[in-house]
Design a protein around this ligand. Structure first.
Ligand code: ZN
Length: 139
């Protein structure tokens, strides 16, 4: 089951709702192009929590368009572990060869926790193990 989020306030919204019950904004079709573009824009949001949520949703949607932005963030010198973690887990869920490039890049990171997570995710992807379980591991 997919959980739907409002891309304006990032609260959970019921499936099929035309406007957000929390902030009142009109909702785009979840999974549609406009929805995906708003999530991609949110990856550069000033509030880290929004960026993390956007990355998680894009990963669950399997958004191949997100991979380029994920790699840019990774190469930008971002050091926020929680953002990097969300990006790596999301990348691992997106079935596209570029996810390997992203995970291999992160596996060489100077940040030990990031490098270790990337190595674990690479192993999981190569062994075709499900990635969803990583969401539940403690931050
Ligand atoms: Zn809202």
């Amino acid at each position: 089951m997919i959980t739907y989020y409002c891309v304006h306030c990032f609260q959970e919204v019921p499936e099929g709702a035309e406007s957000c019950p929390h902030c009142g904004m009109t909702l785009d079709e979840p999974g549609g192009k406009k929805y995906e573009q708003k999530l991609l824009a949110a990856l550069n949001h000033v509030i880290p929590e929004r960026r993390i949520m956007a990355a998680q949703i894009l990963g669950n949607l399997g958004s191949q368009a997100a991979l380029g932005t994920f790699l840019e963030i990774l190469n930008s010198g971002e050091t926020n572990y929680y953002i990097l973690r969300a990006i790596l887990i999301a990348s691992a869920k997106i079935n596209h060869p570029e996810r390997i490039t992203i995970l291999e890049t992160a596996a060489r990171s100077d940040l030990t926790m990031v490098a270790r997570l990337a190595q674990d995710l690479l192993a999981a992807v190569r062994e075709n193990r499900p990635i969803a379980e990583w969401d539940r591991s403690p931050c």
